[in-house]
Ligand binder design. Structure first.
Ligand SMILES: *[C@@H]1O[C@H](CO)[C@@H](O)[C@H](O)[C@H]1NC(C)=O
Ligand SMILES: *[C@@H]1O[C@H](CO)[C@@H](O)[C@H](O)[C@H]1NC(C)=O
Ligand SMILES: *[C@@H]1O[C@H](CO)[C@@H](O)[C@H](O)[C@H]1NC(C)=O
Ligand SMILES: *[C@@H]1O[C@H](CO)[C@@H](O)[C@H](O)[C@H]1NC(C)=O
Ligand SMILES: *[C@@H]1O[C@H](CO)[C@@H](O)[C@H](O)[C@H]1NC(C)=O
Ligand SMILES: *[C@@H]1O[C@H](CO)[C@@H](O)[C@H](O)[C@H]1NC(C)=O
Length: 572
């Protein structure tokens, strides 16, 4: 098979810490004005004079309106004076949050033996692709990440010639593509052959919370790993140290699947354990307790979807299933910045080289690394082909009442298999533009995303299902029978020979594939097929899954399908 990579790959990473856009404001006075000039005419990159002139004419006047902040040269005294009233961000590339160091060292970085957080997660740590190089672009500040910075970072990363972009950033709600700087920036990355991997968001377990839903980028959900970190609180007379009870927190039971660093000895208890403890306190004359040092236990249930991981469905383009894939995002050990304490809380005197944190931000760079790994074997593959390879080789997750395809997409990332997927679902700029045309975007809106004129064909509108995507989503009204078709094209990137379709479907669905056999006689040959689905009426808040697997005996090219009805959003 393919030989190991013999060259290094730069990855672009955005340093960020929370999922916010500073401009998400309806206040007219404080609106962000982004001077967005569309795609650079090729060969003319960059045009600093042009930008500078624009800056003189427009930006300086409008800049103060763009967000409530300013940049200025201040003396130490002046800075100290201002910091009483305002949050001052040092205009420095240094990581003052830890998030950027953590996400970048997850994607790339050489082996470090004896890495741990106070002996937790002890072992050899390394990035997903140890030989890759990193280019980092800081776009997030104390108040969040600005769209101007995000677009500038994409612009720089593309011109710097990165191979993959990792953006552990998202908005707090689903945004339409033409107002979403990550969707716009990643579209331009895609046009330049660069796949963007993003975080699906930390707004779970409610439905309708997934962000970064554009089909030209990857939206990554977070799963648990088999190393689970627990705390113990021991009550009783034998305890020598009395800890202050400010260290005991009770939970609503949703946030117990990940651990969190506190500046004081603290333990998070389930509601039931909290009641037991209160009962002990109520009924004991001299209640004492000891919070033990955190310990790690083996969790055979892993991987499970993280409680916080944002769930679909995708409300922007309903028939594109998001999130795309799931990767480790709970209690991940990775590098930490010495500029921020372990708990991230000012005054905590503990500084560490490695820290354990959780989030879809942590899952995203796992996929970034895997994408870079795949690209190192197949440098000419399109972003869609790499994405397809990662998704069709993902390991199936087990559905339950807490998790289904709307939370984990194609399944658990499996980088080793992704290198040799057999077949890929490829797509390019014109396919995405066609999808936008099909789903009702007019040429004005499309131009905001693509940066140049495109024309929508006058022919009858198709739908998003016609986009050659590695998964299949179908939104249906509850209580109604339904029937739909998915058009797909696979490209042979493996061996010649025959593939057969194998279908498994929920009992509420009938799924057929036509033709059900595909013959390939050469590399890069393309074959079309149609997947038809029909079914009995589904209740509200429900999904009905199916899978279509193309198999040639050696490769299993797996596509997940989900038929779903409306989900009520409840932010409880
Ligand atoms: C205290 O320790 C003794 C000896 O280790 C043990 O037998 C006893 O059960 C302990 N009591 C409590 C309340 O934990
Ligand atoms: C503890 O005592 C308080 C006040 O007497 C009471 O409101 C509460 O229900 C008690 N809790 C438990 C768990 O016994
Ligand atoms: C395109 O769509 C937007 C949003 O629906 C609308 O405001 C705009 O007028 C449309 N433009 C054209 C040229 O139809
Ligand atoms: C894009 O379309 C507009 C309106 O039709 C036209 O004025 C403009 O010249 C076109 N630009 C390019 C680069 O073709
Ligand atoms: C599937 O198709 C068969 C044959 O047409 C039909 O009898 C059955 O009711 C269908 N099942 C569903 C779930 O639509
Ligand atoms: C969906 O679930 C919510 C509660 O989470 C409920 O209020 C709503 O009626 C359900 N919708 C349907 C169509 O069953």
């Amino acid at each position: 098979m393919a030989s190991p990579p013999s060259y290094l790959i730069p990855l672009a990473l955005f340093i960020s810490f929370i999922l916010l856009f500073a401009s998400a404001s309806s206040n007219e006075e404080r609106k962000v004005y982004i001077v967005y000039m569309g795609a650079q005419p090729s060969s003319q990159y960059p045009t600093p004079e042009h930008h500078l002139n624009l800056l003189k004419e427009i930006l300086v006047n409008n800049y103060q309106k763009s967000f409530s902040g300013f940049a200025a040269k201040l003396s130490t005294d002046e800075a100290a004076k201002l910091s009483g009233d305002y949050t001052l961000d040092e205009p420095s590339p240094r990581d003052f949050e830890g998030h950027g160091s953590h996400t970048s060292s997850t994607a790339a970085g050489r082996s470090v033996s004896h890495a741990s957080l106070y002996d937790l997660a002890q072992g050899t740590a390394r990035g997903a692709v140890p030989s890759a190089r990193l280019a980092m672009y800081k776009v997030c500040w104390t108040f969040g990440c600005t769209e101007v910075d995000i677009l500038a970072a994409f612009d720089d990363a593309i011109s710097d010639g990165v191979d993959i972009i990792s953006a552990s950033i998202g908005s707090l709600f689903q945004m339409d593509y033409f107002v979403d700087s990550l969707a716009i920036g990643s579209f331009h990355a895609m046009m330049n052959g660069i796949l963007t991997s993003t975080a699906a968001g930390n707004m779970g377990p409610s439905h309708n919370t997934v962000t970064n839903v554009a089909p030209w980028l990857m939206s990554v959900a977070a799963s648990s790993i088999d190393r689970h970190i627990i705390g113990r609180v021991v009550t009783g007379d034998n305890v020598s140290t009395l800890v202050s009870f400010e260290g005991i927190l009770c939970s609503d039971d949703t946030a117990l699947d990940y651990s969190y660093s506190y500046p004081r000895p603290t333990i998070l208890l389930s509601t039931a354990d909290g009641l037991k403890l209160k009962h002990y306190i109520n009924n004991t004359e001299n209640p004492v307790a000891n919070i033990h040092k955190s310990e790690q236990v083996f969790d055979p249930r892993a991987p499970l979807v993280a409680s916080f991981s944002s769930r679909g469905p995708n409300l922007v383009t309903r028939d594109i299933l998001k999130p795309d894939i799931i990767a480790p995002g709970i209690d991940i050990l990775a590098a930490w910045s010495k500029a921020v304490p372990v708990s991230g809380i000012t005054g905590d005197p503990r500084f560490v080289e490695f820290n354990i944190i959780s989030g879809t931000s942590m899952a995203c760079p796992h996929v970034t690394g895997a994408a870079a790994y795949v690209k190192s074997f197949h440098p000419n593959w399109s972003p869609a082909a790499i994405m397809s390879a990662l998704m069709t080789t993902a390991k199936p997750m087990h559905p339950s009442d807490k998790q289904d395809q709307l939370s984990y997409g194609a399944g658990q990332l499996n980088p080793v298999k992704a290198v040799d997927p057999g077949l890929v679902y490829d797509a390019g700029e014109s396919d995405y533009v066609q999808m936008l045309c099909n789903t009702g975007y007019n040429e004005t809106l499309i131009k905001i995303i693509t940066g140049h004129n495109s024309s929508c064909p006058a022919k009858a509108k198709g739908n998003a299902r016609d986009l050659n995507y590695p998964t299949m989503g179908l939104y249906v009204k509850d209580g109604k029978t339904f029937a739909a078709k998915f058009l797909r094209t696979v490209t042979n990137v493996g061996s010649v020979g025959k593939y057969k379709a194998k279908v498994t479907a929920d009992s509420k669905l009938n799924v057929t594939v036509n033709p059900s056999e595909l013959e390939f006689s050469e590399l890069n040959e393309k074959r079309q097929f149609t997947v038809s689905v029909s079914g009995v009426p589904l209740p509200g808040n429900s999904t009905a899954p199916a899978t279509v697997i193309w198999s040639n005996g050696k490769h299993q090219v797996r596509s997940v399908m989900v038929v779903y009805t409306d989900f009520s959003t409840s932010y409880d």
